[in-house]
Design a protein around this ligand. Structure first.
Ligand SMILES: Nc1ncnc2c1ncn2[C@@H]1O[C@H](COP(=O)(O)OP(=O)(O)OP(=O)(O)O)[C@@H](O)[C@H]1O
Ligand SMILES: [Mg+2]
Length: 293
């Protein structure tokens, strides 16, 4: 079992933004979902784990090794798919994988074995001689997973990998991730809360650099069971409802507003009980922290 242990991690950028504020978190094998609004600190946390940037304070241990002090150690065991994968040189998928494998220090025999197998795994073997810059978004992201898997890493970090993918490619990509996630740690950041629900056994929510919740998606949902209510209202009524109820989300639905509220008893007033979704967990956790400021 792999174990990533983060303690009291903080990072303030030179412009004064506190992107990580005393984060402590333990992650073990399986898929781990990282949720949080834009600017929450997800990418900063991921880059710090990947050894690409330093923290101001705090420690990260991977299997008992202090990786902030030994960044080379984690680079050998870790695969990373950044949020912006950047520009591609004019190389075929095979050539580019080989190039990245050389940079990762893989010997020629390992490269000859792993590269065709990885191209098969991500379903790009037929396209192995095509240049990567000509790939569609979904093909690029699958290529991104292949390069992250070079060298048999024990931990994979993927930062918003399905942003911009069409629904079919997104589900293809998610299936690929869930196959990988059994014997290693996979850390996935996303804005798609339902993807965390369907893929991840553990998750965390961050906001403004702080960890606001961590645990199993199922356990979070159970905690809200019986407390979430919904109602369709007119847009003009929203401010009234905001004064009288704890609204956790609003969603436009054919011109009407679908409102979800959190309440321990039946609120009456035409509200219907619903089975909570992970989105309700996400929004109510964010609401808790925003209200406590
Ligand atoms: N290199 C940098 N220099 C200065 N500020 C930065 C830098 N990188 C990130 N930030 C700031 O740090 C905060 C956290 O950014 P980060 O990219 O980690 O958030 P995120 O959760 O990944 O957001 P998103 O969902 O939009 O990708 C933001 O306020 C961001 O503007
Ligand atoms: Mg990000």
């Amino acid at each position: 079992m792999n174990r990533l242990q983060i303690t009291n991690l903080s990072k303030t950028y030179p412009n004064g933004v506190r992107a990580l504020d005393n984060i402590s978190l333990t992650i073990t094998n399986g898929m781990f979902g990282l949720l949080g609004p834009n600017g929450a600190g997800k990418s900063t946390l991921m880059k710090t784990i990947a050894g690409l940037q330093a923290a101001d304070t705090g420690e990260i241990f991977f299997n008992e090794v202090n990786i902030l002090q030994q960044p080379i150690f984690i680079k050998k065991q870790l695969g990373y798919l950044p949020q912006e994968f950047g520009v591609y040189p004019k190389l075929s998928a095979y050539q580019l994988l080989d190039h990245i494998a050389v940079l990762k220090g893989l010997p020629a025999t390992a490269r000859r074995e792993q590269i065709p197998a990885l191209l098969q795994q991500v379903n790009l073997y037929q396209q192995r001689n095509m240049e990567v810059h000509s790939f569609s978004g979904g093909m690029r992201q699958r290529f991104g997973i292949a390069q992250a898997l070079l060298g048999d890493p024990h931990i994979i970090i993927v930062d918003e990998p399905t942003a911009g993918l069409d629904p079919e490619e997104r589900s293809r990509f998610n299936n690929l991730l869930s196959e990988i996630g059994e014997n290693i740690i996979v850390i996935l950041s996303t804005h798609l809360v339902e993807d965390v629900r369907s893929l991840c056994t553990s998750m965390a929510i961050v906001n403004k650099g702080r960890l606001i919740a961590a645990g199993a998606p199922d356990a979070f949902i159970d905690q809200l069971n019986g407390y979430i209510w919904r109602k369709f209202i007119n847009k003009e009524e929203l401010s009234d409802y905001q004064q009288n109820h704890r609204i956790i989300s609003t969603q436009l639905n054919a011109g009407k507003l679908l409102v979800h509220i959190h309440n321990h008893q039946h609120p009456g007033n035409g509200f219907q009980p619903i089975t909570p979704h992970l989105e309700d967990v996400y929004f109510s956790q964010l609401l808790n922290t925003n209200n406590h400021e």
